[in-house]
Design a protein around this ligand. Sequence first.
Ligand code: PLP
Length: 413
Amino acid sequence: MSSQLLVASHAAGKGTEADAVFSILQKANEAIAQFGKANVVNGSIGAIYDEEEKFATLYAVEDYLRQMPAPELMNYAPIAGMSEFQEAAIKQTFLGFQPEKTFAKAVATPGGTGAVRHVIYNYLEQGQKVLIPDWAWGPYLTIAHEQLRGIETYTMFDEEYRFNLNSIMEKTEELLQTQDNLVIIFNTPAHNPTGYSITVEEWRKLIEFFRACAADEKKRIIPLIDIAYIDYAGTPEETRGFMKLFANLPSNILVTFAFSMSKSFLIYGLRSGALIGLSSSAEVIEEFYRVNSCSNRGVWSNGTRCAQKLLADVEANPALKAKVEEQRGFFRNLLFERANIFLKEAQEIDLQLTPYHSGFFITVPTVNPKAVVEKLIQERIYVVPLKNGIRIATCGIPSYKIPGVATKIKKAL
Ligand code: PLP
């Protein structure tokens, strides 16, 4: 059937490819119905499930939401977000590591997804390309195409699986020959799908490079740091230390952060996050706030009030904050424990992985992802095929089911 009946030409062909994650999840659910939960390893979805494979929540968050009065739960929020929420989002993003002499503002968005959308739309001209890594969260492409922007990719790792700064530099220089605006996405720490975190030393080199690019004052350099998994990646110093390096940048570099409450508070479906802008220039930040607030009005109106209120209250209430952090710490440790079981076995059997530091996923590179996934399905193991690998969502697999998975993957390879 033609993929264009009534839609406009830019919409033709949209949605013709099934979503890789949700189609594997559906198969896993069918297998669970047929063979029972105990006999299926479901490593498809990017949400935490506990050791009994129940949807995990932070109890302090759940309790707090359940007692909220109706207006806080259900009323509209201001278009750019409640001001206490904006302040709390900035605080939670930097946790004391905001560089000196910088200005920061936040605009509420429906999750990190909304923040990515605004940067791609408001900081690139129509038809320009956003630069992303070759290992990347699929929706970056969808979001770019939806805004009539293109995609260019850099090679994230070299042959020895070291972070490939050279590729970033080459691709950036190439793009800057044809466009004055550069939006480049980094999903760090705890990158989806590999679990890689860019080191402070790598950040130092990147920033030096961006400074050199910005010496040409016509160029506008907009790094977008997607921090969706930051709260599961280590201590504040380990996860945010690099942010201090964004001091004294020229005004044609605007650093942006996609802040998300989905994983940090395990409230994926409540759709809350923020786009945060950081600059040495007050004017750049005023423009950032004005333009992105206006985009809120024009795309989804306002965000989810109860989630905004939750973040603001957690920030204002030390006892509640301590509880949330303790419960989140429990799941952070659980993620590390599960990953360690897999990593140890992979090392013992010499299974090549992309470099993993932390997070919800581990990735095995392969040139035959679809065939490997099919073989694993025969073993009742459900993982997601990527372009050049398979992604195992250890966030959803209870510890007792992880031993043996690496070995079966090696066999399937
Ligand atoms: N970025 C990455 C890499 C993700 O994996 C996700 C969620 O899966 C997000 C951003 C955004 O999530 P949300 O829009 O729910 O905040």
